[in-house]
Design a protein around this ligand. Sequence first.
Ligand SMILES: NC(=O)c1ccc[n+]([C@@H]2O[C@H](COP(=O)([O-])OP(=O)(O)OC[C@H]3O[C@@H](n4cnc5c(N)ncnc54)[C@H](OP(=O)(O)O)[C@@H]3O)[C@@H](O)[C@H]2O)c1
Length: 322
Amino acid sequence: MKIGIVGATGEVGRTMIKVLEEFKIPVKKLRLFASKKSSGKTLIFNNTKIIIEELTENTMKEKYDFLLFSAGSNISKTFAPIAAKYGNIVIDNSSAFRMEEDIPLVVPEINGNIVKNYQGIIANPNCSTIQMVLSLYKVHEQFGIDEIFVSTYQAVSGAGHKAIAELQKQINGENITSVFPKPIAHNVIPLIGDTTTDGFTTEEHKMINETRKILNDYSINVYPTTVRVPVFYGHSESIVVKTKIPFNEISNVEKAIRKSKDVILKNEVITPIEIAGSDYVYVSRLRKIDETRFALWNVADNIRVGAATNAIRILMLKVGLL
Ligand SMILES: NC(=O)c1ccc[n+]([C@@H]2O[C@H](COP(=O)([O-])OP(=O)(O)OC[C@H]3O[C@@H](n4cnc5c(N)ncnc54)[C@H](OP(=O)(O)O)[C@@H]3O)[C@@H](O)[C@H]2O)c1
């Protein structure tokens, strides 16, 4: 297979290279693209140095089996349609196309069937949404989800390479604030994205809209509060769910979660530091409120489950490896 990664030097891009290697994807040719400043530098794939190229229109007009984009929304909006027009399948990590009606928004374990015979741009959902819907899709299939109240505890790596450096510098005592609106070291910031007219943020709207699109049910109400915490890798979520059909006993919810692919239900509490580098969503602290409401805590590696691994699983699904 010939694969191109756009945004190869970023947090998600580097992890996609690692996941391709770890999952032993049969890659014959790997091309790496980033901004002009990275051009000529190298990254290692399967013990081979690969020279990073500057992203240009012409490079996107070549034929690839897959192009994996993770260089932000603006780059995707400019270059992904060119690549698609030239017959390429693009798997895009940005939010650029997620809510476009004719673009599939895919979590392979849940709705992978919609891309079986599809060519063009495929959108990878938002990281917080992926781990939430993975925890809940089997519950939704069985009992129908009415409402989800969710507070996120999102790692700084979700905001990219510069954000990781900002937390590290603040921990080291430097007084710099550029990526985040307030100091993030030793602090918590209950605002991710921009505030919109209804008071919810753009990040919260992603969780609302993308959950409905992935689960293909626009009656689900989602009430998120997205919060940045001083954790390097791994998003956590405190979730309260109300179902349409009573589940009666919490053991019935437990059984549904245990049937969910790539989700592990644990009795002991799981924290982000323990699951960084894993490709599973970990659910713990599952508890009953009443016959139609339960609460849980989930954690997942935001760069892997929430971005790189999901993208590679889409690729694997397309070539029959999943
Ligand atoms: N981090 C996450 O948890 C996460 C999860 C889901 C989705 N995403 C999405 O994935 C994308 C990348 O996120 P990230 O965390 O990997 O960001 P990042 O660490 O800041 O990396 C950004 C990447 O984009 C490249 N880039 C920037 N400007 C460019 C240009 N003009 N031309 C070509 N490449 C350019 C950078 O190349 P240089 O190194 O050359 O500047 C770098 O490779 C974003 O759309 C983000 O929303 C991230």
